[in-house]
Write a protein that binds this ligand. Structure first.
Ligand code: NAP
Length: 242
């Protein structure tokens, strides 16, 4: 069992998750980088952390596969002192509801929302007796605002906000703090196909955000400085939703 504080980041290999992995490694955590299948990007993230002289490990599993999640988290908790969980893995399948297939609906809900149960439950069970821990859920402006073409995604991300608040109440007395971050438009692979020139006009700050601007809020929420914050949803959105 390692005494160094560890952080597990689902979807920690690319985009916002990569920035979170790098930032928490700089903050002194041993970073456990989860991803689904893109080993090349995950290895690149791990190399960046190693090159900076910090510690991490790769931990591939599909967050929609309950058995795989359960085995992976059990192994992590046997080996590490887990202080922070960041639920960041997510997918988008934009389609008007009238054209959305069952498969698209199911994959968006399973990945973005149902995975909360499998990933967060064993971690909370571990954190409660320790009377310490931080759980940070990456939701989305889409879950606060509702965006056309994102009925399933908005539903899943709004569901995460409800789950965050309810779990925060369940765990507050045990000093396990649960918060959500709702990013707006952030430049990553996920937003690579969207019309930035058009959408940026809807953002008061007139630009998309950077993954590092989400990671710095994660860093704060995981820190001792955020010791009296729970059940909150922090927007990192350039003012697009207030
Ligand atoms: P991204 O660049 O597409 O990266 C997605 C990450 O999630 C990858 O590491 C991917 O692993 C992982 N992942 C996807 N499905 C998975 C599964 N079933 N099991 C395990 N890992 C899985 O996305 P991003 O833009 O950084 O978004 C990160 C989070 O922020 C998501 O929850 C997203 O909904 C949310 N968000 C993003 C934006 C934005 O504008 N980018 C805005 C609001 C909220 P592989 O590489 O192996 O596929």
């Amino acid at each position: 069992m390692s005494n160094k504080k560890a952080a597990l980041i689902t979807g920690g290999s690319r985009g916002i998750g990569r920035a979170i992995s790098l930032r928490l490694a700089q903050d002194g955590y041993h970073v456990i980088i989860n991803y689904r299948s893109n080993e090349k990007e995950a290895a690149a993230t791990q190399k960046m952390i190693t090159d900076d002289g910090f510690s991490s490990e790769l931990c591939p599993f599909d967050i929609t596969d309950r058995k795989a999640v359960s085995e992976a988290i059990e192994a992590i908790l046997e080996k590490h002192t887990l202080h922070t969980l960041v639920l960041c893995a997510g997918i988008r399948h934009d389609e008007l509801l009238i054209f959305m297939s069952e498969e698209q609906w199911d994959s968006v809900i399973d990945t973005n929302l149902t995975s909360f149960y499998a990933v967060v439950k064993p971690v909370v069970r571990y954190m409660i007796p320790n009377r310490a821990g931080r759980i940070i859920i990456i939701s989305s402006t889409s879950g606060q605002f509702g965006l056309p073409g994102q009925v399933g995604y908005s539903a899943a991300k709004a569901g995460l906000i409800g789950a965050t608040k309810a779990l925060a109440r369940e765990c507050a007395k045990k000093n396990v703090l649960v918060n959500a971050i709702a990013p707006g438009f952030i430049t990553t692979d996920m937003t690579g196909d969207i019309k930035e020139k058009e959408l940026v006009k809807t953002v008061p700050m007139n630009r998309f955000g950077k993954p590092e601007e989400v990671a710095s809020v994660v860093s704060f929420l995981a820190s001792d400085d955020a010791g009296y914050i729970t059940g909150q949803v922090i927007g990192v959105n350039g003012g697009v939703y207030m």
